[in-house]
Write a protein that binds this ligand. Structure first.
Ligand code: SF4
Length: 349
């Protein structure tokens, strides 16, 4: 009989699996408490479980997690983790510290088919979608390595892959993190970022997580050029889906806007962006482009970024400039890759 991947099961799925093998349903809740809540993984220490059941656990479940094969530490404290996903494939997760947060950026796919022109991951075709246990495992493995007393406070699906191209794994992983017997992680501390898969946006609303959209252009002409998905779901449809999400969730959408030198970074672009989004309850995150090999795009001058931000503020937009973290270890936005050899040699821990 095949063993189930423990870290791939939600509580109802675990209950069903146990009942199907003649076990009591409430064992699922106990296992969630031990494995996620208390991080006790040795069955012998699970003292409120019957001895026979404890002995059976390794026969019922595969408790493996994706292995971290390398870590990098940035000068600013950002850490990047390389996960082995088998068959020579890997993905990355990034842990970003800030004053009051510890944010984990997770990956959902090996490679990505969305082909956003400014993104390093997008240069590698989709090789496969991660499974639930592989998404859950990034959180568990990084959590296990934190200093005592420290915990992940936020999760963003902004790593490798388009999360809404793998919604099954994404929303089941969220359900597992959110389970009150386990990590009890707040849904409102999870942000799902999409390049614009419009038909899937209601899944974010239904899940209770927050929505971010990688917008990056204020006209269809420019967006078609840098984000091929726009040819299928242009700006008007995308922003209507954002409005609907905001209405139903009563939450603001985060619109991410990567500033690319000479392409979308003028004061005129800022005005267009304001008028395009003024009827969407949102905040705009501007992100000066993080250069990477062969990208073909440039990072705007600081003065250009300032003028862009000031114009949006002058018009009354809620705008923030995202601080670039982890650039020296290629952990910044749009720099993640499955190509291990492209990594610079940085501090290993
Ligand atoms: S930005 Fe996101 S959706 Fe676009 S290619 Fe990169 S990983 Fe894929």
């Amino acid at each position: 009989m095949d063993k189930a991947k423990f870290y791939g099961l939600t509580q109802p799925e675990l209950e069903q699996y146990l009942v199907g093998r003649g076990k009591q349903k409430f064992r699922a809740q106990q296992l969630f408490r031990w494995i996620y809540g208390l991080r006790v993984v040795d069955p012998e220490q699970m003292t409120n479980l019957a001895k026979d059941f404890r002995r059976e656990l390794p026969l019922l479940f595969d408790f493996s997690l994706p292995a971290i094969v390398k870590e990098w530490v940035s000068d600013d404290g950002t850490k990047k983790f390389l996960f082995d996903m088998g068959q020579g494939r890997s993905v990355e997760a990034v842990l970003i510290p800030s004053q009051d947060r510890l944010t984990l950026c997770v990956s959902t796919e090996v490679g990505c088919n969305m082909a956003c022109q400014f993104c390093y991951t997008g240069k590698q075709k989709l090789l496969r979608r991660l499974e639930v246990w592989e998404v859950v495992g990034q959180f568990v493995q990084v959590s296990d390595r934190l200093e005592p007393g420290s915990r992940i406070t936020n999760v963003v699906f902004m790593g490798m892959g388009e999360p809404l191209d793998n919604p099954e794994a994404v929303f089941r992983a969220v359900e597992i993190w959110h389970n009150p017997w386990g990590y009890n992680f707040s849904l409102k501390k999870v942000t799902v970022s999409t390049s614009g898969l419009v038909p899937q946006i209601p899944l974010v609303t239904a899940s209770g997580t927050r929505l971010a959209v990688s917008l990056n252009a204020a006209t269809d002409e420019i967006r078609d050029q840098i984000m091929p998905i726009n040819r299928k779901w242009p700006l008007a449809e995308l922003l209507e889906a954002c409005r609907q999400h905001a209405r139903e969730s009563k939450d603001k959408v985060t619109l991410e806007y990567v500033l690319l030198r000479g392409l979308n970074d003028s004061v005129e672009d800022a005005r267009r962006l304001f008028h395009l989004t003024k009827n969407v309850p949102c905040k705009i995150n501007i992100i000066p482009f993080n250069e990477h090999p062969d990208s073909g795009f440039g990072r705007p001058a600081e003065s250009t970024v300032d003028e862009f931000q000031k114009e949006l503020m002058r018009l009354g937009a809620h705008v923030l400039r995202r601080k670039t973290m982890g650039r020296d270890i290629y952990a910044a936005c749009g720099q993640l890759t499955t190509a291990y050899k492209n990594h610079p040699q940085q501090t290993q821990i």
